[in-house]
Design a protein around this ligand. Structure first.
Ligand code: MBD
Ligand code: FE
Length: 282
């Protein structure tokens, strides 16, 4: 067993919780009216479930114990991003004309090392897996190239681990900020990621096991693509033939986001082209 496979839910959960506190700067200026309306609806929905399902005291106490454990394991970011974020993303991006977005998930880190395309993401000398050349162009909705586009990319390694959230990986392994050329073209050499299993030894894993669900997300690349004067898109790309594409625990797959890489003529792994279309700033 490598050092990497010893990652625990507590380690990745605590990391995700700490990163959220450090990096997410949001305005908490929600009106009293809005808080009352939203909190009221959520509480009402839970009460309706209790009454409909005739929830027992045993079940109520199991819920209480579990909610306490989610916090102790640092798994609120994981829980929310897996089971709730997809609806928030749907609302946020409903009127976009360009490329589809999807959820950010818990493992984004800002300020990854910047490189100019074409480039290879930071990786270990012996990085396991199949090389993947990911290339394309960033345009506006009229099809015009966007100079100055940047592509932030982060993904799991061949074992499904993210740098800085699992032990034993170099700090910026498989994370980078790629600057596209003057025509918005980019070429990123990386390694094919593996399907991702959410930690099974924490509160979320306990829920999944107790409910008889599975814990898998399909293999994916995470991306944030931006260009001056245009709306940043947060998205993910998946791979055709992955059994979890049709069955993502995080409900974050869209048909437009599934890639079909081809074997490279030179035998060096596979390659795929995907073009990003950015909406103008509002
Ligand atoms: C991931 O890698 C991820 O993308 C999401 C949404 C949840 C857990 C792990
Ligand atoms: Fe992910």
């Amino acid at each position: 067993m490598t050092v990497e496979t010893q990652g625990t839910a507590a380690a990745s959960g605590a990391g995700a919780t700490a990163r959220f506190r450090e990096n997410k700067h949001f305005s908490a200026a929600t009106s009293q009216e809005r808080v009352s309306r939203l909190a009221g609806r959520v509480i009402k929905a839970i009460n309706a479930t209790v009454l409909d399902e005739e929830v027992s005291y045993d079940e109520y106490n199991a819920l209480k114990a579990w909610l306490i454990k989610v916090g102790e394991d640092g798994e609120w970011p994981l829980f929310l991003d897996v089971w709730i974020e997809h609806s928030v993303e749907e609302v946020a991006n409903a009127s976009r004309q360009g490329s589809k977005g999807t959820i950010e998930g818990p493992y984004y880190l800002p300020d990854s090392p910047q490189q100019h395309s074409p480039a290879t993401l930071p990786m270990r000398d012996n990085e396991p897996g199949t090389p993947l050349l990911f290339q394309g162009q960033v345009t506006n909705v009229a099809g015009q190239a966007l100079p100055g586009a940047t592509i932030e990319i982060w993904h799991a390694d061949d074992l499904g681990f993210y740098s800085q959230f699992a032990p034993g990986l170099p700090e910026w392994n498989l994370r980078g900020t790629m600057v596209a050329d003057q025509e918005g073209n980019f070429q990123i050499n990386t390694m094919q990621p593996a399907p991702y299993q959410i930690p099974t030894d924490g509160a979320c894993g306990q829920l999944i096991a107790a409910a008889g669900w599975h814990a898998w997300r399909p293999a994916h690349l995470h991306l944030k693509v931006s260009a001056p004067g245009h709306q940043l898109i947060t998205t993910q790309l998946y791979f055709e033939g992955d059994e979890h594409v049709a069955d993502d625990i995080a409900s974050a797959v869209k048909p437009e986001l599934v890639l079909a890489p081809a074997n490279r003529a030179d035998g060096a792994g596979s390659e795929v082209t995907y073009n990003f279309i950015l909406d103008p700033e509002e």
